[in-house]
Design a binder for this molecule. Structure first.
Ligand code: 3PG
Length: 208
């Protein structure tokens, strides 16, 4: 596996995006990029996920669009076909590990227990999604993992907001944080792209 995770250096904040209407994909991506947020995780939790990835990768070249909520090899392949440049899963499976290892696409499997971290590490992955962070022990749990798993880094999501993001980002084994707070549904539905750009601009000041 030769996947590079350097894209995470661009910003320590990754919006977790659910596209409810395909027409929102491009203006939303443009607003986030204008606010300084480049890495975009478009989830497959709505029917528009793949088409949104395709549109963003074709029309918003400054964005680095990846896919989230990938739960099967079939979804992994479909997302790559749509143009995703990184892949995130809420969990892990042998099927996903095997598929990811056949590519040079960065893959972040999910892990919140020591056993899951060990399974991902054994499979060859060292940057893991930690979801749902808030109900899985939060920053304290991730900090505790730095003892036995000094070579593993985490990207926590779930319950992270501007007021607690720094608790996570201050940990040496947190590489980035993610969340839906950057893309409030109501602002998207009403096309308040300036508001989303402003949220992104504030988020882009968060640092490791
Ligand atoms: C995810 O899939 O990463 C989460 O749904 C994000 O959780 P949040 O809505 O609490 O940010």
């Amino acid at each position: 596996m030769t996947a590079s995770y350097d894209f995470l250096n661009a910003s320590p904040v990754i919006p977790v995006i659910a596209i409810e209407s395909l027409e929102h994909a491009i203006p939303l991506a443009e607003a986030l990029v204008a606010g300084g947020i480049i890495n975009l995780e478009v989830t497959l939790r709505t029917q528009y996920g793949l088409d949104a990835i395709r549109q963003i990768s074709e029309h918003v070249p400054a964005a680095n669009v990846g896919v989230g909520t990938v739960c099967s090899a079939k979804e992994f392949d479909a997302a790559l076909d749509a143009g995703a440049s990184f892949v995130v899963s809420p969990g892990q499976s042998d099927e996903l590990f095997e598929r990811a290892l056949l590519t040079d696409i960065p893959f972040l499997p999910g892990a919140v227990t020591a056993t899951e971290v060990m399974a991902a590490k054994t499979a060859g992955f060292s940057i893991l999604k930690f979801f749902p962070a808030g109900t899985s022990g939060g920053a304290a749990a991730i900090k505790a993992f730095s003892g036995p798993f000094a070579d593993i880094q985490f990207v926590p999501t779930g319950g992270i907001k501007p007021d607690n993001a720094h608790e996570y980002l201050s940990l040496s084994n947190v590489r980035a944080v993610g969340g839906t707070w950057l893309t409030p549904s109501e602002a998207i539905q009403t096309g308040r792209w300036d508001e989303i750009e402003a949220i992104a601009r504030r988020a882009s000041t968060l640092s490791k």
